[in-house]
Design a binder for this molecule. Structure first.
Ligand code: IPE
Ligand code: IPE
Ligand code: MG
Length: 243
């Protein structure tokens, strides 16, 4: 790198455990392309992608990150072929059933963010069960964005604020977001090569650091996560001020 100043994205080193982001958010993208590259149906990519989520959640927990939020299904993803949508919902159901059996043991709180009224009643019941279990757990929290859209979340919060007759302040407004009570993510990672937000955490990302990489989500591993955190740790966060 240059002789002057420090290298911004030096990802060769080690994660500094004393300066971890409290909250990491990930747009889990690239499942379909991963499958296509292998001549497999897109649903095969989602299946491996679900495994990647399990691994990365464990990795975040072990590192000492407090919150991991993943984008699993957007308000726009209903446009996909019915067969793909139902495969994704099936994987989510499988994950919820498994979580109900293991989250207490592993001390993982699980929350689902999004408009859950529009998902299958069977999944809604499982969400309720995971919520009940989460209420008794302290520690690491995984948030799964399901039928989530940043614009939907903002509109819904604005309506709720108005309905409650509250003054529209940042504090009142954020209390009506799906993410109420969760600190904003310091780091948002998008694997899969695209550099866009795709309606994810539009309110919460105001001062997030963004990290993009070409690795497709099913191939994203512990080292890829570490690289993203190392890049984050090299950033200069000014929040509009000067240093
Ligand atoms: C992300 O992978 C998973 C979901 C959106 C549910 P994609 O399915 O978008 O994979 P690509 O982007 O088509 O490769
Ligand atoms: C964003 O990925 C949504 C999720 C990862 C759940 P998409 O693949 O749906 O986003 P676009 O279409 O590339 O913007
Ligand atoms: Mg995609």
């Amino acid at each position: 790198m240059g002789l002057l100043g420090k290298r911004k994205d030096n990802t060769a080193g080690q994660v500094d455990r004393s300066r971890l982001p409290r909250h990491i958010a990930i747009i889990m993208d690239g499942n379909g392309r991963w499958a296509k590259q292998r001549g497999l149906p897109r649903t095969a990519g989602h299946k491996v992608g679900a495994e990647t989520f399990r691994r990365i959640a464990t990795c975040c927990k072990n590192l000492g990150v407090e919150y991991l939020t993943v984008y699993a299904f957007s308000t726009e993803n209903w446009k996909r072929p019915a067969e793909e949508v139902s495969a994704i919902m099936g994987l989510l159901k499988q994950y919820m059933l498994e979580a109900i059996d293991t989250m207490e043991r592993d001390q993982i709180r699980l929350r689902f963010l999004g408009n859950l009224n529009a998902i299958a009643p069977e999944l809604q019941e499982l969400v309720e069960r995971t919520n009940e279990i989460s209420d008794h757990i302290r520690g690491f929290q995984a948030n799964v964005c399901l039928n989530y859209g940043g614009r939907d979340e903002i509109l819904r919060a604005a309506r709720a604020c108005a309905a409650a007759g509250e003054e529209l302040t940042e504090e009142h407004f954020s209390a009506h977001l799906y993410s109420a009570g969760i600190p904003d993510p310091e780091l948002i990672i998008r694997p899969g090569g695209e550099q866009r937000i795709s309606n994810f955490l539009l309110w919460q990302c105001a001062y997030s650091e963004f990290y993009f990489c070409d690795t497709l989500w099913p191939d994203f591993d512990e080292r890829a996560l570490e690289k993203a955190i190392i890049a984050y740790q090299g950033r200069d966060r000014r929040y509009g001020g000067v240093k």
